[in-house]
Design a protein around this ligand. Structure first.
Ligand SMILES: [Zn+2]
Length: 509
């Protein structure tokens, strides 16, 4: 483990731009090695002794929450095919799901349930299955959404699938991205049009209660999804599926590669919704960050977020930022996206942040992110598949060195054919992380969740260590019980600590 860490550090130093040494880059060793309990040490020893055959270790490891995943991209492809068949959809010549009846040149999606060759063809088109290694997966990856899009109308059923996987992976929490009242938002944006005066534009959306009409529509969609989820997972029956145990919150997607009025309308809707319905917590800009309009309007989008954050200060913001590499965009576009998302766009978390060291004055940015505890959602597999960035080229260890909170996430595990256990295993192997580090990553995935209420931990745990708040220093105390009863976040964190004890007992016997 130590050797692997040293190797990564050395390679990292070598990969830094000329004239910058690792010593200059590292303000201090963060996160610092922490004291370990006897049970943690024995669990760590077990993992070190079984590097090639960890068995169920990574599946059983408590892994907190998945804070970055897109619901339709998270569903297993085989289940999407089932949904397409159930809806009597057809598959056309480009392997795209389309509405019935099945015209000439299309086949019923149901054929993919019985015809093995056809099924394989659909799975390859709708996911990264068998995608040639070493080839750029960017275009294939993003094209999948359009191909299976017609099969994604059952939000509750899809959630049952995704939450079921989370439960099987010993997670307890899910923030998943959907596009609420999507058609209505598009129509309202078209009717209202663009106005560079953002306050005036917001006023037009509110006029006649039109934005509130979309909020009601989005709530109704969520009600339908909730009911469908409970029904699919049998949550009201005597034998509820494990999916029912997962605490779920929605994040509203904004299609960033669209005309400005649509982007603004979706942001306003997502933030207003988050303030009015506790099932929704945040907005996130989606679609390729290197898209033509995404690039052209990047700073404009951050100004929109800045303005609307002032109107809706209680709603959270997390942003895909820096999901870029040299060659994908012109050099200038690599220099400011994360910085602008944090400083102007008011992002409390960043998704990907892959191009960190390309940004102007990135050390100051990293230090600021650490100080403000702006967490980075890192999906290692997605970054390897879409951007071909992995290992020492990935800024994962840089963020950690600077004390920026990092949370492992899956992004689109359905498309990437992965799961969160694979992300933890990948992080452990690639960066030489031992069990205590993995445990703290799982803790961070709940700490930086947008779940309401106080934390079990004292502030800035990534840099200051994971120490319980005063009320819970004596765990059985009445004060602690009261804190847990009143704070959903602390409660999930508390339960996870109990899960760790069970887990460690299994591996340290
Ligand atoms: Zn994403």
């Amino acid at each position: 483990m130590l050797t692997a860490t040293a190797l990564v550090a050395a390679a990292l130093a070598a990969s830094l731009p000329a004239g910058q040494t690792a010593r200059a880059a590292a303000p201090e060793a963060v996160p610092p090695p922490r004291p370990v309990t006897a049970a943690e040490a024995r669990t760590a020893a077990w993992l070190e002794a079984h590097p090639q055959q960890p068995g169920n270790f990574f599946r059983e490891l408590p892994k907190g929450g998945d804070l970055h995943n897109h619901l339709s991209g998270a569903v297993q492809t085989e289940y999407l095919i089932q949904l397409a068949a159930d809806d009597n959809l057809c598959i056309d010549a480009t392997t795209t799901a389309v509405a019935p009846p099945c015209a000439t040149g299309t086949r019923p999606a149901a054929d993919a349930l019985t015809d093995a060759a056809f099924r394989q063809k659909v799975i390859r088109a709708w996911s990264m299955q068998d995608f040639p290694q070493g080839e750029s997966g960017h275009d294939h990856f993003f094209a999948t959404f359009g191909k299976f899009g017609a099969a994604t109308s059952h939000r509750g059923k899809m959630l049952a699938d995704v939450a079921g996987t989370a439960a099987a992976q010993n997670q307890s929490y899910l923030e998943t991205m959907v596009s609420p009242a999507s058609a209505g938002a598009r129509q309202l944006a078209t009717e209202v049009g663009w106005d560079a005066d953002l306050a005036a534009l917001h006023g037009k959306l509110l006029a006649g209660g039109r934005l509130d009409q979309l909020v009601r529509e989005a709530k109704k969609e969520a009600d339908t999804a909730d009911a469908e989820f409970r029904d699919t997972a049998g949550c009201m029956t005597a034998t509820p599926r494990p999916a029912c145990r997962i605490t779920v919150r929605w994040i509203s997607q904004v299609s960033r590669n669209s005309v400005p009025e649509r982007v603004f309308t979706q942001i306003a809707l997502g933030l207003r919704l988050a303030e009015r319905d506790q099932r929704f917590v945040a907005v996130n800009l989606v679609q390729p960050e290197d898209g033509e309009i995404s690039l052209r309007d990047y700073r404009l989008h951050m100004r929109m977020l800045n303005y609307l954050h002032g109107v809706y200060p209680d709603a959270h913001i997390t942003l895909h930022a820096g999901e870029l590499v040299p060659g994908l965009v012109k050099p200038e576009d690599l220099t400011f996206h994360i910085d602008d998302a944090v400083r102007t766009g008011q992002a409390e978390r960043i998704g990907h942040g892959v191009d960190l060291v390309q940004e102007t004055d990135w050390r100051r940015l990293a230090r600021d992110m650490a100080r403000r505890q702006v967490a980075v959602e890192v999906p290692l597999t997605s970054n390897a598949q879409i951007l071909q960035v992995e290992g020492v080229d990935h800024p994962f260890p840089v963020y950690r060195k600077y004390g920026v909170p990092v949370v492992l996430s899956t992004d689109d595990p359905g498309i990437s054919r992965g799961d969160i256990g694979q992300e933890y295993r990948r992080a452990a192997r690639t960066y030489g992380l031992g069990y205590p580090e993995l445990k703290d990553l799982a803790r961070a995935s709940l700490e930086y969740a947008f779940l309401p209420g106080r934390s079990l931990w004292r502030p800035d745990p990534v840099r200051q260590g994971w120490r319980p708040v005063r009320e819970c220093q004596a765990p059985q105390s009445e004060r602690c019980a009261r804190l847990l009863a009143n704070n959903p976040k602390a409660r999930l964190e508390w339960r996870q600590e109990q899960s760790f004890r069970t887990f460690e007992a299994r591996y340290s016997g």
